[in-house]
Design a protein around this ligand. Sequence first.
Ligand code: SF4
Length: 224
Amino acid sequence: MSSLLINEVFESIQGEGSFTGVPSIFVRLQGCPVGCSWCDTKHTWDVLPDNVRTADLVMLENEETAHYFDASEKALFELFAAQGYRAKHIVITGGEPCMFDLQTLTSMAIAQGFSIQIETSGTFEIKCASEAWVTLSPKVNMKGGYEVLSSAIERANEIKHPVAMQKHVDELNHIIARRKTSPPPLVYLQPISMQTRATEFAVKTCIENNWRLSLQTHKFIGVE
Ligand code: SF4
């Protein structure tokens, strides 16, 4: 067992990528040094002892905060049961979840009949069960100065890339070119902030490359 720092846990519908539409338990881990300027979860960046709360208090919070609780993998599954969650798919997100060793968590999930997905920037070694689905959302040239690791590119089941302009597609092509193993990952383009011009650009680029479009459908239907 290890100690996970958890910013929030909730049940919703996965809105992005291959599992779009799948009821899911989301586990957001605390901590990320990557420093994306457009990050929409900046409250998960810092791990400050003053922000430690109990699991009960964090679960009662209705808004995004930098508060987090500490839990073992076993305690996390007990929390799912106590909450009465019915989803059989788990999404581990962040923050940067691969700052933690996810081998035990993902193995326990598989053993209990869940499917499990990790959403990562690819800047930390991915430690997880072989059955876990890895969604790589590569973060290139961000303020924190982290590189996207070759091991993360090889492990990715899908690559989901936020785009608004050609520069982002060039970055993506550079990442794809580094992949050595087959089959290639699924590739999804996601228009940044769902802006109209970014969406038009993503649609056009998907058609040209036979890639897939990922819309943040949870925002259309008004869920987290
Ligand atoms: S890697 Fe993710 S959590 Fe970290 S700064 Fe970038 S978008 Fe935010």
